[in-house]
Design a protein around this ligand. Structure first.
Ligand code: NAD
Length: 353
């Protein structure tokens, strides 16, 4: 067998287990810090305050205005608070939006980060930071934004709504599916991607029946870590490009957009990457696009972009933006076929493959 690859593991500490968030203070100290600023969203303000209280003398305050797509003005206000309080570490408690704020602060200040993720978005294990300013979303990759410590406590995800669990879980599966055919993929990322998908595929039907099922929440968060890890390690293609376009230029919601697009983008690539996508068929049963579509429908995912404020007339421009710059993808991309794929996703129809 002709096997040749480059693999680089992440230097981050991953702490996984129910109750592990009780040890955040120990990790603050291990990082040599003593003045933590706890970050979260307005929605998770109470949880952020509870975390600061639990940290006691190791916390200097909270900042609870993390916002989706990391607007630069929000980051600047948070950095001002960091400087004002002389914080020496940030503790980001929440989903991808809160993680994004921690990364944006780290990018500007070099402060270390501890992330306590409460969704399945996976940002906490990637060196990627997306930011918005003046209606434009830009993305950068830098080791400076990779969090030093990630504490996965499934107990903190018991209250994640079923709807958000489903879309966020499909968001994670999208990272894994594209990692399978990544041009810079390797045997380790392929293993992690398949195992991550398997764990989430197993967990979601249980979560929709019983949102507080601890085993299913553990499986889902474990899957989210694996799926996020491969997002951080290999290049993404058509799926992530289209979701970035829709979120960045048309303000469609992050997880829902990923959930809706996933069957269409993977179905589009299924013919050109049949061997690489075999784990999708094995895990979900059927041709990759149709199997993912049927699974998404079975767990109650939103299925159509038209339900999220996107107008049919926007699809031409979306296809144009998503095909403007070339990028690696198993199947060659042209504007007409991407426009047709977007039409299917807009209507919510079952993909042809
Ligand atoms: P989110 O962080 O915006 O969370 C959505 C809402 O759910 C928020 O109000 C949040 O407070 C709430 N919430 C989160 N966890 C909860 C819980 N356990 N219980 C109750 N409420 C909870 O959503 P998201 O999908 O996790 O993150 C989306 C953002 O992350 C986007 O800005 C996206 O661009 C970014 N992202 C970045 C990367 C990366 O690698 N840079 C990867 C994935 C996502």
């Amino acid at each position: 067998m002709n096997l040749s690859f480059v693999y680089q593991g992440s230097p981050a500490h991953i702490v996984f287990g129910e109750g592990s968030s009780r040890h955040v203070g120990e990790w603050v100290e291990k990082l040599g810090a003593s003045r933590a600023l706890v970050l979260t969203t307005p929605h998770q303000k109470a949880e952020g305050e509870a975390m600061a209280t639990a940290l006691g003398g190791l916390a200097v305050g909270t900042y609870d205005n993390a916002t989706m797509h990391t607007p630069v003005d929000v980051t600047e206000a948070a950095v001002a608070r960091v400087l004002d309080l002389k914080a020496d570490v940030v503790v980001a408690l929440g989903g991808g939006s809160t993680t994004g704020l921690g990364k944006a602060i780290a990018y500007r200040t070099d402060l270390p980060q501890i992330v306590v993720p409460t969704t399945y978005a996976g940002s906490e294990v990637t060196p990627i930071l997306g930011q918005t300013e003046g209606g434009e979303k830009t993305t950068l990759r830098s080791p400076k934004v990779l969090p030093e410590v990630v504490i996965y406590d499934p107990g903190l995800t018991l209250g994640l709504s079923v709807a958000m669990s489903v879309t966020s879980g499909l968001n994670a599966i999208a990272h894994a599916a594209e990692a399978l055919y990544a041009p810079d993929g390797n045997p380790i990322t392929a293993l992690m991607a398949a195992e991550g998908m398997r764990a989430i595929r197993q967990a979601l039907p249980v979560i929709i029946a019983s949102a507080r099922d601890r085993q299913a929440r553990t499986d889902a968060l474990y899957g989210a870590w694996l799926c996020g890890s491969v997002l951080g390690q290999v290049a993404m293609s058509l799926h992530h490009k289209i979701c970035h376009t829709l979120g960045g230029s048309f303000d469609t919601p992050h997880a829902e957009t990923h959930a809706i697009m996933l069957p269409h983008t993977i179905g589009f690539n299924a013919g050109a990457a049949g061997k690489e996508l075999q784990p999708v068929s094995d895990i979900f049963g059927g041709t990759p696009g149709q199997a993912l579509y049927d699974f998404a429908r079975s767990v109650g995912s939103p299925m159509a972009l038209k339900d999220f404020g996107l107008k049919e007339i926007d699809l031409d421009r979306a296809a144009e933006i998503a095909t403007r710059n070339p990028y690696a993808n198993p199947r060659p991309i042209d504007r007409a076929s991407i426009r047709a794929l977007l039409q299917d996703a807009w209507e919510g129809s079952r993909p042809p493959l």
